[in-house]
Design a binder for this molecule. Structure first.
Ligand code: ATP
Ligand code: MG
Length: 160
């Protein structure tokens, strides 16, 4: 049940969001079943929400809010993580999923980290035969959309 993943992430993230002074909202139904690796899906969701909170807290002024939403759509689970943060400059967007890529040194120094988070996210989503997309606008915010098929194909059922 992907809801248990979201609950777990929520328990970790709520105190962090408080520290970073970012409002966070979770919206999801009671049951969201899919075939997948629970630990990996937790890591994937956590990386996305962790980024959303950290890179929203860097904004100097204005609304600071992260919304995590999940629902069932056809034969997939949709996960959306959106924020009102600093956004990602257009020229950085195509490199975003590369290992060790970080957008700029100033924001990277402030937040620590390695630049591996999103490359891990992409690998986990793809191992589940899923798709990840994002849209972002500098100074406005970022939205990641993950689509995870409920049933994985036979030949892709190996452990991720
Ligand atoms: P870590 O390995 O600790 O996750 P990281 O957060 O720097 O380090 P990624 O998660 O891969 O690495 O993110 C890569 C870069 O993309 C970040 O350095 C950040 O500049 C940018 N980024 C990621 N998510 C967001 C977001 N929601 N809003 C703005 N920038 C983001
Ligand atoms: Mg990260």
């Amino acid at each position: 049940n992907f809801t248990e993943v979201l609950e777990h992430v929520r328990n970790i993230i709520e105190p962090l969001a408080k520290d970073y002074q970012v409002e966070v909202e979770f919206v999801y139904p009671d049951e969201l079943y899919l075939v997948g690796d629970k630990d990996r899906l937790t890591q994937m969701t956590l990386n996305l929400v962790d980024n959303a909170i950290k890179y929203t807290s860097l904004k100097e002024k204005g609304k600071k809010k992260v919304t995590v939403e999940a629902w069932k759509e056809n034969n997939s689970i949709k996960l959306v993580v959106k924020d009102t943060g600093v956004g990602i400059p257009e020229k950085a967007q195509k490199k975003l999923f590369e290992r060790f890529y970080r957008v700029d040194k100033a924001r990277s120094r402030k937040m620590g980290g390695t630049g591996l988070g999103l490359s891990i996210v992409k690998t986990i989503v793809e191992k589940h035969n899923g798709v990840i997309e994002f849209t972002s606008k500098e100074g406005v915010g970022t939205k990641f959309v993950v689509t995870l098929p409920i049933n994985r194909e036979e030949d892709n059922n190996e452990t991720v």
